[in-house]
Design a binder for this molecule. Structure first.
Ligand code: HEC
Length: 467
């Protein structure tokens, strides 16, 4: 499964011939002094977490580039191209993180005892289980829930956590690679109109090979059945591809009722820069799927008019800060360079021209981390946390968390609390770790945080336990 996913990725890009993998570069040029395991020798340890000469990514790149001639480390500027130096930074960061994970105690979930974080203590209770790759959760006004399962089902969950049988007649999905039934969201006026939105991977098979793409529909649920279905967004058939990766997706509504949703670049890398294709874009539509007249690329012959922002790899977190009205997104980077972005009208987020990451196999693909005309992330994570699911918290239950974001992480099995000051991230705290791969994080109308987990497939709920 993992291998197939990698094969698709590798097949879809032209790799630079001869670029060396980063662990080979390290062993050839650095290991004699810093140790084969980065734990030090003549040069210091690169994984202790203590940096004598500046510990930001930019500092590390500068030191490798310029060397520390007085201390006996040469400048590698002439010997290694800039992208290899960037790759070394990613490599060092990954090893540093692995070392930290081995030694550090992070907030792990224990069943009944409260977990202490910087600002609140909480108790994690198991809310629902027995699910099949749950992906997204929505809160109904009557206190019940809807949950998607990637394998294709939309299920109700009763207020007490009892999981019901699948809603009948929901759209057929293509459960292929990372695709399947993905996002569920309610219309902001759901109480009046009953609209439920679904975003999912769909398509067909040709000679056994899938042709898949993300689609968005809405419908109503009556008596356990999906009815009144309307298409909100579908790609032209020519954009359905074999790739099983990077479908996105999340849905968010702004205060005016416009609908935003994500499509990842579907393994198409540079297609994220092509405005005539849906890959790697965030879209903005009216709630019924019509394109708003004031969208940034309306009227351009070479652009899909629904596009709001572009140059994305695979965002899987999308939420409004309801205080400022700003739209925020978390985005999966490749190996390194997961991003936290403020989404601006018409902006280009740079993938794959600029990135803080490298190929999964350790080869660099760009030396550039920023460029004029491209929006830099407000924050990036190297090594990758595999950011998935994003909530904005403005509830009553955890007053000191009000105004903060909560981001899930699949690979690192974490929930992180993020605090933004203006345009800068000033706090990034792991509040939960090791309970499973975090697929979605949502703030409930009850002020509790709901954490949708995979492996094991279940939903946790965080409840205040302050003294
Ligand atoms: C000939 C030995 C030598 C080689 C080869 C070498 N370094 Fe160093 N490196 C050093 C020394 C000595 C220091 C300074 C240690 C100190 O300040 O105590 C250093 C410092 C560093 C630092 C700063 C550490 C800190 O605490 O801030 C980084 C990062 C680093 N090296 C990375 C590399 C990388 C990456 C390579 C390979 C491209 C490399 N070095 C190759 C000797 C070496």
């Amino acid at each position: 499964m993992k291998r197939a996913f990698l094969a698709v990725l590798l097949a879809s890009v032209a790799l630079p011939c001869g670029a060396q993998r980063v662990h080979e570069v390290y062993q050839q040029h650095c290991a004699t002094c810093h140790g084969a395991n980065l734990d030090g020798g003549l040069g210091g340890s690169l994984i202790s977490g203590a940096w004598k000469h500046g510990g930001t990514d930019a500092d590390l790149a500068r030191i490798i580039s310029d060397g520390l001639p007085d201390l006996g480390m040469r400048a590698f500027r002439e010997m290694l191209p800039l992208d290899q130096i960037r790759a070394l930074v990613v490599f060092i960061r990954e090893r540093e993180q692995q070392e930290r994970a081995r030694s550090a105690a992070s907030p792990a979930v224990r069943a009944e005892s409260p977990t202490r974080t910087a600002l609140h203590r909480y108790r994690a209770e198991q809310f629902a289980d027995g699910l099949d790759i749950p992906w997204s959760i929505a809160f109904l006004p009557d206190g019940s829930f809807l949950v998607t399962e990637r394998s294709g089902a939309l299920r109700p969950i009763a207020p007490d956590g009892t999981v019901g049988s699948p809603i009948r007649g929901t759209p057929a999905v293509l459960h292929h690679g990372q695709g399947g039934m993905l996002e569920v969201a309610l219309h902001p006026q759901f109480s009046e109109n009953g609209w439920v939105y679904l975003a999912f991977a769909e398509g067909w098979r040709e000679g056994g090979q899938p042709r898949a793409m993300t689609a968005v529909v809405r419908g109503r649920i009556r008596g356990g059945a999906w009815e009144d279905e309307q298409e909100i967004w579908r790609a032209d058939r020519r954009f359905y591809t074999r790739a099983g990766v990077h479908f996105g997706t999340r849905i968010a509504f702004d205060a005016k009722g416009f609908l935003y949703f994500v499509i990842g670049e579907r393994g198409g890398w540079h297609e994220a820069q092509d405005l005539s294709r849906p890959n790697g874009k965030i879209f903005r539509l009216h709630d019924d799927g019509r394109v708003p007249d004031d969208n940034p690329f309306v009227g351009r012959a070479d652009a899909l008019p629904g596009i709001w922002s572009y140059g994305h790899r695979n965002p899987q977190g999308l939420v409004f800060d309801t205080r400022t009205g700003d739209l925020w997104s978390t985005e999966h980077g490749p190996r390194g360079g997961d991003e936290f972005n403020r989404i601006l009208r018409g902006a280009n987020y740079g993938w794959p021209v600029v990135s803080h990451g490298i190929h999964y196999d350790g080869r660099p693909f760009t030396a550039l981390t920023e460029m004029d005309g491209m929006e830099s992330p407000v924050h990036h994570w190297t090594p990758s946390i595999a950011a998935c699911g994003l909530a904005f918290y403005d509830g009553e239950a955890f007053p000191r968390w009000r105004g903060d974001f909560f981001a899930g992480a699949l690979a690192q099995q974490e929930v992180r609390r993020l605090r933004i000051d203006g345009r800068r991230m000033i706090e990034d705290e792991v509040i939960l770790k090791g309970a499973g791969r975090v697929r979605d994080v949502r703030a409930g109308p009850d002020g509790l945080l709901y954490i949708v987990l995979n492996e094991p497939h279940r939903i946790l709920r965080l409840r205040p336990a302050d003294e």
